[in-house]
Design a protein around this ligand. Structure first.
Ligand code: SF4
Ligand code: FES
Length: 277
């Protein structure tokens, strides 16, 4: 698995205003966070109690800790490192395990993670299938390497005016649009039993992007290369159809449908190659 360290500027140390004394209530939110200072350091858990404010999400909770990084036993510590950018479930960078479930920190509301009176403890941990960079920040470059391997782009050159581009039927646009909503969060890979240290399975997101670009009038010029890239080791045939991906995807991509369609296209391409090579 790739271990390229993410650039420091993607690791977000938020600056948020600490709640004033008047805003602080007696109610607190208990959080347990799995921490790791460096990729090779041993993991440890730190506990925090954060003053409750209505409508907090996990990102703002981490911001509160950054403003006053003291554990629940009064020990001074460092702010939690994690990735975030858009804060509105678009950039895909803040995926982590929240109460054991892979999801986006910016759309996980604290009020829905605790009981009606704030009881219970929220647990935060980094995604388990990607190398830890620090604390909750992981290196997800394997997805981007997979997207490069299947040429997940429309090949156009130049900065000159290319005109309006080829026309698409609205029906095709409607079919493809959901696939363009992928935010590269890697949650579909985290929850997939076939994505693990002993396989090279590319995962659902990459396969879905192959369907998207193969059905684009200009992108289709690389269709055969994409299908051949998915025919070998780590290719689409390694999907076990557990369907965890489609359940967990925060953007509701039709992943199982894409995997079925691309599987069929890969087989057709293999038959064509058998008779023409
Ligand atoms: S397919 Fe869904 S779960 Fe997978 S990376 Fe894209 S948005 Fe995330
Ligand atoms: S911060 Fe961008 S998706 Fe959460």
């Amino acid at each position: 698995m790739a271990t390229t360290v993410q650039t420091p500027d993607t690791t977000h140390t938020p600056v948020v205003q600490s709640a004033t004394a008047a805003q602080r209530s007696a109610r607190t939110i208990k959080v347990e966070i799995k921490r790791q200072a460096t990729p090779d350091a041993a993991a440890r858990t730190e506990k925090f109690e954060i003053p409750y404010r209505p409508n907090m999400n996990i990102t703002s909770l981490l911001g509160e800790i950054a403003c006053d990084p003291v554990t629940s036993s009064g020990q001074a510590t460092t702010p939690i490192a994690y990735d975030a950018n858009c804060l509105e479930e678009i950039c895909g960078s803040c995926a982590m395990l929240i109460n054991g479930r892979a999801r986006m920190a910016c759309s996980a509301l604290v009020d829905k993670l605790t009981g009606p009176k704030g009881e219970g403890t929220i647990t935060l941990a980094p995604l388990s299938k990607f190398p830890v960079v620090r604390d909750l920040a992981v290196d997800r470059s394997v997805l981007f390497e997979n997207l490069k391997a299947v040429k997940a782009w429309v090949p156009i050159d130049g900065t000159y005016d290319l005109g309006g581009g080829p026309r698409q039927f609205p029906q095709l646009q409607e079919t493809l649009y959901p696939l363009s909503n992928c935010i590269s969060c890697t949650i579909c890979m985290e929850v997939c039993p076939q994505f693990n240290d002993s396989t090279n399975f590319v995962g659902a997101a990459t396969i879905a992007q192959v369907k998207l670009f193969n059905n684009h009038p200009t992108g289709a010029v690389l269709k055969e290369e994409r299908l051949r890239a998915l025919a070998g080791d780590g290719g689409v045939q390694e999907c076990g159809f557990a369907q965890n991906c489609v359940e967990a995807c925060p953007k509701q991509l039709p992943l199982t449908e894409a995997i079925s369609d691309v599987s069929r296209d890969v087989i057709v391409q293999q038959v064509k190659d058998f008779f023409t090579r």
